[in-house]
Ligand binder design. Sequence first.
Ligand code: ATP
Ligand code: MG
Length: 357
Amino acid sequence: MKAKIAVLAGDGVGREIVPEAVKVLKVVAEKFGHTFDFAYGDVGGQAIDKVGVPLPQDTLALAKQSDAVLLGAVGGPKWEGLEYSLRPERALLGLREQLGLFANLRPAKLYEVLADASTLKKEVIEGIDILVIRELTGGIYFGKPKGIEALPNGGERGVNTEVYTTEEIRRIAKVAFEAARRRRKKVTSVDKANVLESSELWRRVVIAVQKDFPDVELNHIYVDNAAMQLVRNPRQFDVMLCNNIFGDILSDEAAMLTGSIGMLPSASIGAQVGLFEPIHGSAPDIAGKNIANPIATIASAAMLLSYAFKLDREAHAIEEAIVKTLDLGYRTKDIHSAGSRLVGTTDMGEAVVRNLK
Ligand code: ATP
Ligand code: MG
């Protein structure tokens, strides 16, 4: 196939890890006979330095005209003093809004060879392979009324409102069932239907959507129990379908089960162009030293192939190359332990490229 990929490296370690992922995508193109055109754009702090805004119009146009966006990270201490509308993080919100990204997909998968290095018990974490799907544009973060208002007695009242419409629930539920179909065919919908009306509707709509996916098993879990089960018996989960706030919390919890933040990819998808990025930030503390782990970004590139282009075989080849590289003992500093082979960002990227070829 022929496709255009917008590449937005951004700030900090983004500038070091994104080139490694691009190298990997180029090898995939060569190996499987695809043509990927890479178009580079500015985003975040470096865009502020260059043109004064975190999300330049050119970048937005580039993203919209592409078939997928690969992003590194944005932000850093240099831009922290700026007013909110000029902060690098605004670029992410802007992209999400403008691209209509309503679903955030975060896999938490344990690489077996790293199980020993984890502080968690091996029996608990072994075999973890969860996909947390978080609704991104609705729920309590956006519902109205919201605000802080004065009370006659001199106090104040802070208000947020959890709102979901049938259509918002239906489209995110569809994403979950479709994803589950390509995995272990099990969706666990997370809610608090014993207390919240929005959750009652959530559950009802999810049940209705499942009728179109009879091959996918559906069960429901209250969010408090989900938080507990994630650390007690995480292997029971395949796809976890969550609203905005529950997904925010549970995706972080699930991620930490598997250890390093430098290993975990994410995808944000909407009606058209998807955005693929590591879950970690710009890591200013290690930026510019060639020590950041590029695997989260390389795995994000694999998600890009799978979710944006439906190139599952190619995505799988990248995942296998990552596993092989780890099996051979290559480790960046964040996942390094005694007896393994400590390498830098570029060497790790090269090793994955070699194992892909
Ligand atoms: P943000 O607010 O942008 O999410 P943050 O302050 O929450 O940023 P990160 O930038 O993700 O955090 O960094 C958190 C910690 O994880 C830091 O110590 C950082 O060095 C480490 N870290 C993040 N990404 C990587 C990576 N790719 N390789 C190694 N370590 C990383
Ligand atoms: Mg953070």
